[in-house]
Design a protein around this ligand. Structure first.
Ligand code: E4P
Length: 223
């Protein structure tokens, strides 16, 4: 199970990367606009902070020719960059072209299994199945994830299923249960994955007992 952080904020990427367990970064035009920094400079910095990680940068055109130009430009910046493409007809055509050029892609705004099939057939590296936005309109966003994972396995597609639009740790647990390959989430949700009240109270008790006994790991004069 790979973990990606979903942010355009370099400081947040730095914080998540510092734990040593980060596999990649996803962004979208909204997150990049919010960062207030230049597009290319942001991605070069993120690639430096997450060596070897998959870093998704999204095209913003919707017609095939302009999307292709944007994709080739973005992909030329760094070998870690994955071109993020929306699931529209021109997007699927673009994914096919990029996959023939061995350029990795992340198909975004995928909400249904039938959309995921289009992305897989085009050769998408990652299929971003959004869950939170479906929950927001009173449906169960996780429904499509397990079936998409099953589809990829059954038909031997090379795509990895990436659970996106994650709103809380339960979505991460459900992603694991569904056998998803990746989950991407905001930094604050990733921080919540560490938390358990029994860890906090357990650690407090261990340290109180240790300190009360006046013990030390280091012999006097060796620290
Ligand atoms: C993923 O690639 C998307 O950027 C992200 O998960 C969208 O999340 P949201 O629905 O919380 O905006």
């Amino acid at each position: 199970m790979k973990l990606f952080v979903d942010t355009g904020d370099i400081e947040e990427v730095r914080q998540a990367a510092d734990w040593g367990i980060l596999d990649g970064v996803t962004t979208n035009p909204t997150l990049i606009a919010k960062s207030g920094k230049g597009f290319k400079e942001t991605f070069l910095k993120i690639c430096e902070l997450v060596p070897g990680g998959a870093i998704s940068a999204e095209v913003v055109a919707t017609d095939y020719d302009t999307m292709l130009k944007e994709a080739l430009e973005i992909a030329s910046w760094h070998p870690q960059i994955v071109v993020k493409v929306p699931l529209i007809e021109s997007g699927i055509k673009l994914v096919r072209t990029l996959s023939e050029k061995d350029i990795r892609t992340n198909v975004t705004l995928v909400f249904s299994v039938s959309q995921a099939l289009m992305a897989a057939k085009a050769g998408a590296t990652f299929i971003s199945n959004f869950v939170g936005r479906v929950d927001d309109i009173s449906d169960d966003g996780m429904n499509a994830v397990a079936t998409t994972v099953q589809m990829v396995d059954t038909y031997g597609f090379a795509s990895e299923v990436l659970v996106a639009s994650v709103r809380h740790p339960l979505h991460v647990v459900q992603s694991i249960e569904a056998g998803a390959h990746i989950a991407t989430m905001p930094l604050k949700i990733m921080q919540m994955l560490f938390k358990h009240p029994l860890t906090e109270s357990g650690l407090k008790r261990f340290l109180d007992d240790w300190n009360q006994a006046g013990l030390s790991i280091f012999e006097p004069g060796t620290a």
